[in-house]
Design a protein around this ligand. Sequence first.
Ligand code: PAN
Ligand code: ZN
Length: 228
Amino acid sequence: MVFLWLTSAILCSILMQIPTFILSSFLTIKPIMIPNAASLHSAFDPVMGTLSGGSPTERRLSDMSGYYADTKAFDSLLAQGDALHYAVSAVAPAEGEGALHYAIGNLLPGRVGREYFMTKGHFHAWRAAGEYYIGLSGEGVMLLESEDGTESLLLPLTANAAVYVPGYTAHRTINTGDVPLIYLGIYPAQAGHDYGAIAERNFRHVVVDVDGKPVMMAREAYMGSGMF
Ligand code: PAN
Ligand code: ZN
């Protein structure tokens, strides 16, 4: 008798727990992992191209060896000094799936022969990763190229303009103005940089100054044009 009473009491108490268990598993509030409050906020200067808390990378003219078509013009510019070409300052507040990183770029104005100063350009190591570029100051363009090199696109990057770089697309920033080109890039934390393909074969097109205006030209046509 006591045994029966005990068994039914235990059974009852288990049965009473079930709705609470089901409810609580639906209502459980997952803890939000806030990485580090300081890393969640950065102040940037849209003219100076600085970003608080960013980790800086500098590219000097010598880092651009092999990227410009007019090698004579490149060598004579380098002989005048290995000046800063561009600087990027990146903030990485969180890692992993779903996290975003961003960077501010400061690309100096100038030309190597007729080619405007530009970044190295890259694919993302995670090819599917897209990126938003937001122009802050100065005047420039983004050169985009499909992975097989058959499609190219030139898009303006100026203050108050955004350029979306789709995945699987090589991208290069080019300063076509007389002052530094300052921009933000926002990309998945897992994007990574793959410089290899561009360092080896470069973009199929160059962006050159023709009568004071930026013109996109097939690299081979430019090389054979006698323009330098
Ligand atoms: C940008 C670029 C930045 C510098 O932050 O890294 O403009 O260009 P390079 O990396 O080609 O030298 C970006 O696109 N990140 O993914
Ligand atoms: Zn990128």
